[in-house]
Design a protein around this ligand. Structure first.
Ligand code: FES
Length: 351
């Protein structure tokens, strides 16, 4: 895939908990942002650059509803307008002296930022990550900084045949887990890719054994993965004692993944695991957090190594597809098409 990012899209920029009294610097799609929380609790996202002498605004502080540059004290509102120039309060603020403001929405415990034309920001396009904050689920959250292109993470999440090999001690399902290599349905619906697998008579993974309290025996399990451009993947998993397949729509857990590009070669990976059982049980939450973090450490190590190998490939890091790559192939086709359309529109606009 040609290296670039989709614009006019929502990206997860931070968790709600990260945006506090201190400004937060974060680069998304190569754009340097500063995020802060106003006095009334609303979040604001500005370009992280003071137009006076180009100091990063993130080195300043929040004063009421404004952010104050840490260098000479100029203040800006959340909409980017300048409200104070301390050294010349006797003069009007120059017209057009402002900072670029980004459309931002705080929902599902996350801060989404619209990268592109703020006038086109449409809240209804934010993916439904509501399980994150729903009382019907208990959720653990995490973050990984991954030194690799975000589409390698999307590949990883859409091809779970790697569980058997990368996650031997955490998510793999034992010898019978090899059947994950087959029976995957892949469908494309508009710009979304859906995959599903049902596996019967498999050994439970360590995670399922520990959290669902299966002591022994085999399980039937299902897994669905859904990709939504530009970088969202929802994985839903469930298991029941073998032979109770009809109950498989019962207790399950979800893995919500946002692989936000920082640069072409680095990714902010926000993940959360809401579960619909053992609600509020701290011991189960600790298992989920510990196992998921360990598993995603394993993923990150593999993906970063993959990125390094691709970067040094004299043939340009070409990828080959197997049956297990059907879903990621479909996702990459959608992304390629959207990126081509974006490039075409940009070149028409430039003429
Ligand atoms: Fe920001 Fe001077 S560089 S106020």
């Amino acid at each position: 895939m040609e290296a670039s990012f989709l614009r006019d899209q929502w990206y997860v920029a931070a968790t709600s908990a990260e945006i506090a009294a201190k400004p937060l610097a974060r680069t998304i799609c190569n754009e340097n942002l500063v995020l802060f929380r106003r006095a009334d609790g609303r979040i604001a996202v500005l370009e992280d650059r003071c137009p006076h002498r180009q100091a990063p605004l993130s080195l300043g502080e929040v004063v009421g509803d404004d952010i104050q540059c840490g260098y000479h004290g100029v203040r800006f509102r959340g909409d980017g307008a300048c409200t104070l120039i301390p050294s010349q309060t006797d003069l009007p603020i120059p017209r057009n002296f402002s900072v670029r403001a980004y459309a931002a929405e705080e929902i599902h415990g996350l801060a989404f930022v619209w990268i592109g034309d703020a006038a086109k920001a449409d809240r209804s396009l934010i993916p439904d990550w509501s399980a994150n904050t729903s009382p019907d689920f208990t959720t653990v959250h995490g973050y990984h900084y991954v030194r690799a292109n975000y589409m390698l993470l999307v590949d990883n999440l859409l091809d779970l045949t790697h569980l058997t090999y990368v996650h031997k001690a955490t998510l793999a399902a034992g010898p019978s887990g090899h059947i994950w290599l087959k029976d995957q349905d892949v469908t494309v619906e508009g710009e979304a890719v859906h995959t599903s697998r049902t596996v019967r008579g498999a050994e439970p993974s360590g995670l399922i054994r520990a959290t669902r309290r299966f002591v022994s025996g085999q399980v039937d399990r299902f897994q669905t993965s859904d990709f939504y451009p530009p970088c969202f993947v929802r994985v839903t998993l469930g298991a029941e004692a073998a032979g109770e397949a009809d109950a498989m729509k019962g207790p399950h857990h979800v893995v919500l993944n946002a692989a936000t590009p920082e640069t072409e070669a680095t990714t902010h990976y926000f993940w959360s695991v809401p579960r619909a059982y053992a609600l509020g049980e701290e011991a189960v939450s600790e298992i989920f957090y510990g196992v998921t973090k360990a598993a995603f450490d394993e993923d990150a190590a593999m993906i970063e190594a993959q990125q390094r190998t691709m970067a040094t490939d004299p043939n340009g890091g070409k990828l080959v597809n197997f049956r297990g790559d059907l879903a990621s192939q479909a996702a990459r086709r959608i992304m390629d098409r959207k990126l081509r359309e974006q490039a075409m529109k940009a070149s028409v606009a430039a003429e």
